[in-house]
Design a protein around this ligand. Structure first.
Ligand code: SF4
Length: 116
């Protein structure tokens, strides 16, 4: 449900260049192995062990880097970032599985919109 809200928000802001590939990334390529990956079980946020190959490859396709080259744009202030929670030590991203650092970045960065 949250993903749908994000997509609607991006569409309303005219970010079709973000939305179309995002829909493809979200709907395609899911396999049994990626469903089994559990971000909540990861304690080392740099550890990609157990992450399905396709998810590792998605990171590079999206231009993910662990340190943003643009000081004002990073995962921590991205609309698609999933911050750590009480039960999940590492942050994540709605576009791919695996740990994501708050200071990281990818080419799909979109400004976080707070809904008051
Ligand atoms: S910048 Fe990229 S990797 Fe980071 S949360 Fe946003 S979409 Fe995900």
């Amino acid at each position: 449900m949250h993903r749908r809200k994000v997509l609607k928000n991006l569409i309303q802001r005219g970010s079709a260049w973000v939305v179309l590939p995002l829909i493809a990334a979200c709907s395609g390529g899911s396999s049994e192995s990626s469903k089994e990956y559990d971000l909540a079980s990861i304690t080392d946020c740099t550890d990609l062990n157990g992450l399905p190959e396709e998810e590792v490859s998605k990171r590079s396709q999206l231009g993910y880097v662990e340190k943003t080259p643009i000081s004002d744009n990073n995962c921590d202030n991205c609309q698609l970032y999933l911050p750590p929670t009480e039960t999940r030590k590492c942050g994540g991203c709605q576009l791919f599985k695996g740990p994501v650092k708050p200071e990281a970045y990818c080419t799909y960065w979109a400004p976080r919109v707070d809904h008051g």
